[in-house]
Structure formats: structure tokens, C-alpha cells
Design a protein around this ligand. Structure first.
Ligand SMILES: Cc1cc2nc3c(=O)[nH]c(=O)nc-3n(C[C@H](O)[C@H](O)[C@H](O)COP(=O)(O)OP(=O)(O)OC[C@H]3O[C@@H](n4cnc5c(N)ncnc54)[C@H](O)[C@@H]3O)c2cc1C
Length: 413
């Protein structure tokens, strides 16, 4: 990595999720002359989000048990809580906070993440309607779920986070119905067969799925919520959780005329249309050599890794982002994992069935593995990631054959 001759630089990082935290640490690591300020809208230290739909709900663990990094790693960062940025002045190289403060920068990193998409029929103002993004949301939902044993809980959206909440509500003893606009669960994760197996695990736990169904209206009646749908009888729920994805927090970027197309557009150096401003994590739209077209990727590992590149470059060094994506989801005893990127691969070319219902699906492009997803096969998936990274040519019949150890394929060229 080339490190430019250093002068003192003032680096501001907006957002204290994994992208912002890793950007701050990376910018400081480039040079101790770098003055790094991390601006957090929240009033607490940065905590991880993945446990919010898992252990925080199912085991009652406090979100503060999951710091993104130990606090000593932020010792050399000027970490400011309660600092909500409302405006960027790109000409004066200043940001304004909601408390009226103005801070100057030589380089700026936008790591503002996303906000849950709100279903207009189910605004947060309706009692017992929940959305899940931050610690406060998770604690409120946990409290709401705590007396739902034997009661009707409805989850809108059968994506990864929605299904994690389904698993948590079921473990609490709620009677759970899922309303999903599409025909299967988590369609972008894997094949219909993969979705069928994941759905079957939920059905085994008593969950009912309403496919191709959308909420058209909602009314509160006697403390419960009546959900009218386009397809079938209304559904009465004591508690509703909406998990229909996020929209990127790109408003301040848009207002300052940075190039935004849903997410903030960045190049492989995480640079926006203004070379002094970088973006990373859920809010960034980017393309790597693994992708056919620009996209946003909403997962934890990506946010950490892309944040590191953005911070390194904001700090005056030179790094590129081309990581192979990887992500996971926990539902009951199932560990779902994915590596790679599936655009350009139309359907799985091979399915490896393992004992006890474990499985991996493989997607290829140009004789090379590009994407793999698994149920309870983490070790094999780690090897699949190396096959992808090294662009090793593989034979689909070897991928499908559980007798062929995946590690042996790493020796091919
Ligand atoms: C419930 C839940 C479960 C998840 N589970 C998984 C999982 O199992 N596996 C996985 O890979 N991924 C998971 N994810 C996704 C993962 O957590 C996100 O992709 C990751 O947190 C994105 O990091 P980020 O830093 O880009 O954004 P965020 O973590 O959203 O952080 C952005 C921060 O910026 C702040 N901010 C926004 N605007 C401003 C402003 N104007 N001024 C100051 N601060 C601002 C926000 O308050 C927020 O703290 C989960 C997410 C959620 C919500």
C-alpha cells in the first residue's frame, strides 16, 4: 500500500455503525497526525446490529454486550455522541450539526447506514407496530413480545431479518403469521428449494405463511390490529413487526449535490463524486469486479471492510475495495450463510446435500464459482469463499458430490 507524505489532516466520519467505526480506526492508523472525529447520532457507544434480531430478542441479552470494538480502540478518536449532521457545505468543507455546531474537514466519510422502509398503512404511531434497526427498537420489541405467548403476532416481510424475528417470536410462544408480497421467502438468498427448506423449518415451529399478500389497510380494534390484505380474509394481530428492507440515509449527500442513485455512488476507492468525500456500508452504492452492475450491500462484514478502505483513503493513503461479500442469518438452530455475489448467475448449478439436512448451493459464471449459500455448512462455505476469491475453475459435478472434499478443489488452477 502506498502511503503519501503526511500532513495534518482533519477527518470527519459521520455514523458510528461498523462502517464508520472501522473507517475512523483506519484513518487514524494511516497516520497519528490525522485528527479523526467520529460523529454518532446516538447517545451511546457503537453497538452491533446483528444481535438485535437474535440474542437480544431470544436470550434477553442487553445490546451493550455487543460493542463494535472495545472502547480502548477508540481512545485516539474524538468520538462524539448526540451529534446529528444536518448539512454538508462542500465548498467551505464544513458540516453542520443539529445543535448548531460547525466542523471543518479535509476529508469526510459518510457511513450513515439506512432506515427501515415504512409501510404507509402501518406507521409507527400505531400501538404495537414495530420496526427494527437500532438498540432502542430491539428493546421496545423485546418488551412488546414478552407477553405475546399464545397471542397473534404478524410479521410483514419474509426477508432475513423478518424471519429472524419470526423465529424469536415463535420461541417466545407466540402464534406467528408471516405476510409476504412475493411467492417465496428470501428470494435473493438462494433457490426456491433453499427457500422451501427454510420455510419448512418455520412451519414445523407452527408459523403460517401468506404468500403474494400485501397489507392494504390497518385498523386498531380493542388493542389489536386488523390487517386487511389484497388476498384473503383480514388478519387480526396483537403485535405487528414490519421488516420490508431499508432505505439508505443519503439525504445529506443528495442535498449537497453528491451523485446519488438510491445509495451514494462510490468508486473502488470508496470516493464519491467529490474526491474529498468517501462513503461506505449500507449507504454506499458501488461495483466491484465480482458484480455485474452497481448495487448496495446490506451486511455487517461488507460495512466493516468497505469502511476500512474509505477510512484508509480519507486518511491520505491508497486502498481499493474488491472484497468477496459474505453474510449470515441465524433462525432457530439454523445457520444460513452466503459468500460471493449472485448477479450474472441465473440458477444454482450444483446442490451438495450433507447429512442432517445440511446443504450448500453453488452458482457459477465462466466455469468459476461466483456465489454459494448454505444451511449449517459454515466450514465448507469458508472453502467456497476461497474458491471464489482465487477464481479457480471448478466442475459442477465435484461441487455436488459430498464425497469430493471441497478443500481438494483449491489445488486446481
Ligand atoms: C436487526 C438487524 C440484524 C442484522 N443481522 C445481520 C446479520 O445477521 N448478518 C449480517 O451480515 N448483517 C446483518 N445486519 C446488517 C448489518 O448490521 C448492517 O449491514 C450494518 O450495520 C451496516 O453498517 P453501516 O455502518 O453501514 O450502517 P449502520 O450500522 O446503520 O450505522 C449507521 C449509523 O449512522 C448514524 N447516522 C445516520 N445519519 C446520521 C447523521 N446525519 N448524523 C450522524 N449519524 C448518522 C445512524 O444513527 C447509525 O448509527 C443486520 C441489521 C439489523 C438492523
Amino acid at each position: 500500500m502506498f502511503v503519501a507524505a503526511m500532513t495534518k489532516r482533519r477527518i470527519l466520519v459521520i455514523g458510528s455503525g461498523p462502517a464508520g467505526v472501522s473507517a475512523s480506526i483506519a484513518a487514524r492508523r494511516v497516520s497519528t497526525d490525522n485528527e479523526v472525529t467520529l460523529l454518532a447520532a446516538e447517545t451511546s457507544l457503537p453497538f452491533e446490529k446483528p444481535p438485535l434480531s437474535k440474542e437480544v430478542l431470544t436470550k434477553g441479552i442487553d445490546p451493550s454486550a455487543y460493542p463494535i470494538v472495545p472502547s480502548n480502540m477508540l481512545a485516539e478518536i474524538d468520538f462524539r455522541t448526540d451529534s446529528h449532521v444536518v448539512e454538508i457545505d462542500r465548498v467551505a468543507q464544513l458540516v453542520s450539526l443539529s445543535n448548531g455546531q460547525r466542523l471543518s474537514y479535509d476529508a469526510l466519510v459518510l457511513a450513515t447506514g439506512g432506515t427501515p422502509r415504512i409501510l404507509p398503512e402501518l406507521p409507527l404511531s400505531i400501538p404495537n407496530v414495530f420496526y427494527l434497526r437500532n438498540s432502542a427498537d430491539a428493546l421496545a420489541l423485546r418488551k412488546g413480545l414478552s407477553d405475546m405467548a399464545g397471542k397473534q403476532v404478524c410479521i410483514i416481510g419474509a426477508g432475513l431479518i423478518g424471519l429472524e424475528v419470526v423465529a424469536a417470536a415463535t420461541l417466545i410462544g407466540a402464534d406467528v403469521t408471516v405476510i409476504e408480497a412475493g411467492a417465496t421467502a428470501i428470494p435473493r438468498f438462494g433457490s426456491d428449494e433453499m427457500a422451501r427448506r427454510i420455510t419448512a423449518r418455520h412451519e414445523q415451529a407452527g408459523v403460517r405463511f401468506k404468500w403474494n399478500t400485501m397489507v392494504t389497510d390497518a385498523q386498531t380494534t380493542d388493542g389489536a390490529i386488523m390487517l386487511h390484505v389484497n388476498n384473503g380474509q383480514p388478519i387480526l394481530a396483537d403485535l405487528v413487526v414490519v421488516g420490508i428492507g431499508i432505505q439508505p440515509n443519503s439525504e445529506i449527500a443528495k442535498a449537497s449535490d453528491l451523485a446519488v442513485d438510491g445509495g451514494i455512488l462510490v468508486n473502488d476507492q470508496c470516493q464519491t463524486s467529490d474526491p474529498k468525500i468517501f462513503a461506505a456500508g449500507d449507504v454506499a452504492k458501488f461495483q466491484t469486479t465480482w458484480m455485474e452492475s452497481p448495487a448496495m450491500l446490506e451486511n455487517w462484514r461488507h460495512a466493516l471492510d468497505q469502511g476500512e478502505v474509505a477510512g484508509t483513503n480519507a486518511g491520505g493513503s491508497n486502498a481499493s475495495y474488491d472484497a468477496v461479500p459474505s453474510f449470515w442469518s441465524d433462525q432457530y438452530d439454523l445457520k444460513l450463510q452466503g459468500v460471493g455475489w449472485s448477479d450474472g448467475c441465473s440458477s444454482p448449478v450444483a446442490l451438495r446435500e450433507l447429512e442432517h439436512g445440511r446443504m450448500i448451493e453453488f452458482y457459477m459464471n465462466n466455469d468459476c464459482l461466483r456465489y454459494a449459500v448454505s444451511i449449517d455448512a459454515g466450514r465448507d462455505l469458508a472453502i467456497a469463499k476461497r474458491l471464489i476469491e482465487r477464481k479457480i475453475k471448478v466442475d459442477p459435478s465435484d461441487l455436488a458430490d459430498p464425497e469430493v472434499k471441497l478443500a481438494t478443489l483449491l489445488r486446481s488452477t
